[in-house]
Design a protein around this ligand. Sequence first.
Ligand code: NAD
Ligand code: ZN
Length: 362
Amino acid sequence: VKKIRLYLGPRSYNILVGRGLIKDCGRLIKKLRIGKDAVVITNRAIHGLYKRNLKESLENAGLRARFELVPDSEKAKSLKILTSLLCRLAAADKASSVFIIALGGGVVGDLAGFVASVYKRGIPYVQIPTTLLSQVDSAIGGKVAVDLPAAKNLAGAFYQPKLVISDTSFLTTLSRRQIASGLAEIIKYAVIGDANLFSYLERNYRKIFNGHPGALEHIISRCASIKARIVERDEFDKKNLRIALNYGHTIGHALEAASGYAGSYNHGEAVAIGIAAANRIAVRLGFFKGTAADRVERLIKNCSLPTKIKRLKVDQIYRALMHDKKFIHGKNRFVLPVRIGKIRVFEGLPPKMVKDAIRECM
Ligand SMILES: NC(=O)c1ccc[n+]([C@@H]2O[C@H](COP(=O)([O-])OP(=O)(O)OC[C@H]3O[C@@H](n4cnc5c(N)ncnc54)[C@H](O)[C@@H]3O)[C@@H](O)[C@H]2O)c1
Ligand SMILES: [Zn+2]
């Protein structure tokens, strides 16, 4: 088991990565002394797969567990489901020692974390991420939210968990497409901050798809510590450091928005194309070598991820881009690589350059 500590003074917590950790959940959570009554927020699919193990582990440690199910899709991250969960919590809450466990991918994690942040002005919660994407990214760092009709993640908070438990054996029941989606974020981490991780991925991507426990533990703990170090320095996203995590996401989000969120791309696929496009901009600017961009694209393709945009027009994507939260007064802002392992933030790039780079990815 690997342990990464995220240091935030009184809000510090551990991120544990290892195979079979679900059996230890009860003991690990009990040690936190955050209460005796766990409300586990999850969805039907994950409940079917992992409820028994988790319930048993919690009860063996003397904790009580109640399961609350939410729909299985981004639709769960809505005000409607948030309200319903808060009311269900209040109706059953006789004890003052209630806390929340988020058992699931990024959807469940973002929603359950937000519920924890507002119920009684904040109760403790634990993240038990079950997808590769949530283990390397969404379960860490305390950004919790639901979507509004106007945009994704528009109502939310910064609210840190008390513990993150990443059991790599959950990943054995994920589809190849979901593993690939997580790999897009992992490639992001490698390019923004870890050239060794990048070469490791080039050599070992097959092991990840085959569920090799050692390889999974290695890459998940590496990514968790890269994210932890960034979050420690910029918990509230005020110092322009967390923006590094948005590499590949500017154009990626625009693709998701332009194609409709339940559209042709899942998040990781959109990010993979966003990475390829960002690299093309960096090459055009003369800051990133064409050979390095090719190397990243080769890895993306080897990970069964797309690098090309289908069925969308350049102007459609550019229009979606202009709505990006990180653009100030319509001035664009991009996180671009200068070499594998190092990025820089660029502002106010000529629209034509951005559009040409997008066109190159069609
Ligand atoms: N808070 C953050 O910092 C942050 C960062 C990145 C992404 N996100 C959010 O994360 C969400 C995406 O997360 P995701 O990719 O994990 O998607 P997801 O939560 O929708 O999970 C993907 C699918 O896998 C299923 N699933 C989960 N675990 C499984 C398992 N072990 N075996 C089989 N099936 C399983 C789920 O039921 C779902 O159908 C988005 O809403 C995004 O906005 C948040
Ligand atoms: Zn992402």
